[in-house]
Design a protein around this ligand. Structure first.
Ligand code: DHB
Ligand code: FE
Length: 283
């Protein structure tokens, strides 16, 4: 049977992708950011997923204001990196896993979570930057080491789903993957965050103390994390801190008790704090 072996929480700051694409990761500003992912890349090589289920948000790239799905599951054969204004990132096209994605769509929708099925979708920095930081430099003519199933969550236009809804969706995704007959090592990524606000009076807000508490909760107290309300994310972590509800999908798909393998927290990267955690399942 397929099984979820681990969860990865990871910021998706677009400037991290630019730093990799332009070869400046050794510069003093960026080195501490990337040093924190050395162990993660080794761990990825040792644990080689067959498929990654990647929870991220689209930043008005694949979707615009005409259509805003709350949860959109990527069921296509492949997903091209989007042009976000400066041309697409020079990274490989992302290959999907259509059989597993269709199985997840059927299982989760019949489990009463109404997903939007995407048979065509471009993917932005929200998806490609976490792949880059976890796998290292991957040229446009290379291939990503494994297929990826994207799940795009609306955190761009009010109302985003609650953290609790995301956590329960993670549990439904776990049930779906657990019931897939092929032996597959599946990892789940929750991306976005940490605290950041990109606009208006509080632009530049970072709340390191709150972020570190959130990482603690991801490791040891998911029941507390699922109860964090929108207003707390907004007040304590800025308007874009709401991206952290996507980590709850990842956490809901794991065992209640997990092993923390690695953690990294650094301020700043662009306008945000970089947060990262690797959690292994026991079952
Ligand atoms: C930044 C961070 C994000 O998560 C994002 O989607 C866009 C920009 C930033 O810090 O610049
Ligand atoms: Fe973002």
């Amino acid at each position: 049977m397929a099984r979820i072996t681990a969860g990865v929480g990871c910021s998706h700051v677009p400037a991290i992708g630019v730093a990799m694409d332009t070869g400046i990761t050794d510069q003093p500003y960026w080195k501490p950011v990337f040093d924190g992912f050395v162990k993660s890349r080794e761990w990825m090589k040792e644990n080689q997923p067959d498929v990654i289920f990647l929870v991220y948000n689209d930043h008005c790239t694949a979707f615009d204001a005409s259509c805003i799905p709350t949860f959109a599951l990527g069921c296509a054969a492949e997903f091209a990196p989007a042009d976000e204004g400066w041309g697409p990132r020079p990274v490989p096209v992302v290959k999907g896993h259509q059989k597993l994605a269709s199985h997840i769509a059927q299982s989760v929708i019949l489990d009463e979570f109404d997903l939007t099925i995407m048979n065509e979708m471009e993917v932005d920095h929200g998806l490609t930057v976490p792949l880059s930081v976890m796998f290292g430099e991957t040229g446009v003519d290379d291939a990503w080491p494994c297929p990826v199933i994207p799940l795009a969550v609306n955190v761009v236009q009010y109302p985003a789903p609650t953290g609790n809804r995301c956590y329960n969706l993670g549990k439904a995704i776990r049930r779906a993957i657990d019931s897939y007959p092929e032996d597959l090592n599946v990892m789940i990524f929750g991306t976005g965050g940490m605290s950041h606000q990109l606009q208006a009076e509080r632009a530049g807000l970072i709340n390191a103390e709150w972020d570190r508490r959130f990482l603690d909760m991801m490791a040891n107290d998911p029941e507390a994390a699922r109860r964090i309300e929108h207003v707390e994310y907004l007040r304590e972590t800025g308007s874009e801190g709401i991206e952290m509800v996507m980590w709850l999908v990842m956490r809901g798909a794991l065992d209640e008790k997990v092993t923390e393998v690695h953690r990294h927290y650094h301020v700043p990267a662009s306008n945000t704090a970089v947060g990262h955690i690797i959690l292994e399942n026991h079952s």
